[in-house]
Design a protein around this ligand. Structure first.
Ligand SMILES: [Zn+2]
Ligand SMILES: [Zn+2]
Length: 229
């Protein structure tokens, strides 16, 4: 018997009769029901068309601002609300304190959500890369840690190696271009739609920059998904 990763109480796996007769593997719970209930999902709520946050209007103020700056709108969907104590606490442990084991809390759910809504036949999965500096301090890419059983594509965008790239530009170019990624993929990608995957959507910056690079190289649809918004 396992224990809840978050509160360490014993976990009792509920086995539904439906499952007994199906051939699906039973996905093991990693946290208890009490802990799970402290997180808030976006299910059945009115959300912003662009970023997936709670919003009564079609577009939220943040998304409208990106549009005004000339960016093509994102189509992001998130499972959980980030502005919630449990989720903030989770990311504090997983991402900021670098507790890699914490990936197990949401890995199965996030991967299932992606597989179901963006089937691998039609979609190419691009995790948002982390910089070398982050990789050195944290030791892992927190986005990739949240995904299991899906083939991730590392051949389209990478984090910019700031020194080299920045020095090739003059000052004006540097001021105008805040791009943090670099496109390293083929000239044109047209076989599949592109799903950008990130852990948290806060300002939208990473996803907008990633989309900006990829959109020049594809005629297919680009969407994004995050665990939290
Ligand atoms: Zn618990
Ligand atoms: Zn929005």
């Amino acid at each position: 018997m396992n224990n809840c990763i978050l509160c360490h109480r014993k976990l009792f796996q509920k086995i539904e009769s439906q499952w007994l007769f199906s051939l699906k593997p039973l996905s093991k719970a990693t946290i208890c029901e009490e802990c799970e209930q402290t997180f808030v999902t976006f299910e059945n709520e009115e959300i912003c068309e662009g970023c997936g946050r709670l919003e009564k209007q079609k577009w939220c103020q943040d998304c409208l601002r990106w549009k005004e700056k000339g960016y093509l709108s994102l189509h992001n969907r998130a499972i959980f609300v980030y502005q919630n104590e449990a989720m903030k606490d989770y990311f504090q442990k997983y991402k900021f304190m670098g507790d890699y084991y914490m990936r197990n809390v949401w890995q199965a759910k996030f991967s299932q959500y992606i597989r179901k809504n963006y089937p691998p036949k039609k979609w190419r999965y691009i995790p948002i890369p982390v910089s070398q500096a982050t990789m050195q301090t944290r030791g892992f890419n927190q986005v990739e840690g949240l995904i299991k059983g899906l083939k991730l594509d590392h051949d389209l965008i990478v984090a910019q190696q700031s020194k080299q790239v920045q020095s090739q530009k003059n000052r004006k170019q540097r001021m105008e271009n805040h791009q943090i990624f670099e496109y390293v993929g083929p000239k044109i990608i047209n076989q599949k739609n592109i799903l950008l995957i990130d852990d948290i959507y806060t300002t939208g910056r990473t996803l907008y920059f990633a989309q900006e690079l990829v959109q020049k190289h594809t005629v297919k649809e680009i969407k994004s998904v995050t665990l939290a918004r």
